[in-house]
Design a protein around this ligand. Structure first.
Ligand code: ZN
Ligand code: ZN
Length: 176
């Protein structure tokens, strides 16, 4: 694994197959989390390296936001973290909320989370809000699907009187 001397904001993979996405840190413009991404796509130069002339397409790993980041938006690795599992010391941005160990690939708290207690609560709120949104969307999808099934069942039901399943009025008695 090498760190290009002119830009310590990412590393290339040990096998030479391009960018190591677990070393690319950006700030999500929508939720503000500073972390690596679950997905990065980027333009490559003729020799297969990262082409800094084109923006990177990034997926926020906290909440799944998609955004473009210019090459200069990649955060410099200006601090170090020690992996809680394998003790590897690796370079990360000091403002990172979450980091990934380049050896064992464990996601863990970044230096910024330790610097500020309210930061963790803030990120928890962001994640919770996102989960609530996903649940609400699932619920809407489920309700719409159920309504569709009910409509299909109604449409396929024989006319009243044939199957005997039309509702009879319930006898009631009023006692004063
Ligand atoms: Zn985000
Ligand atoms: Zn590790």
């Amino acid at each position: 694994m090498t760190t290009p001397a002119e830009n310590p904001s990412y590393q290339t993979r040990a096998d030479g197959a391009g960018l190591d996405i677990d070393t690319v840190y950006t700030r999500c413009p929508q939720c503000g989390i500073v972390a690596t991404s679950t997905g990065v796509s980027y333009a490559i130069t003729a020799d297969g390296g990262l082409d800094p002339a084109h923006p990177l397409e990034i997926t926020c790993n906290a909440v799944g936001h998609r955004y473009s980041a210019a090459f200069i938006d990649l955060l410099a690795h200006d601090a170090t973290a020690t992996c809680v599992r394998c003790d590897t010391v690796f370079a990360v941005p000091a403002v990172a909320d979450q980091v990934v160990c380049p050896s064992c690939r464990l996601y863990q708290d970044g230096p910024f989370l330790h610097a500020d207690d309210s930061r963790r609560a803030e990120l928890d709120r962001t994640r919770q809000a996102h989960l609530a949104q996903i649940r609400a969307e699932l619920d809407r999808t489920r309700q719409a699907h159920l309504a569709q099934i009910r409509a299909a069942l109604r449409a396929s039901r024989p006319p009243p009187g044939v199957s005997g399943d039309d509702e009879q009025p319930v006898p009631t008695r009023c006692i004063r």
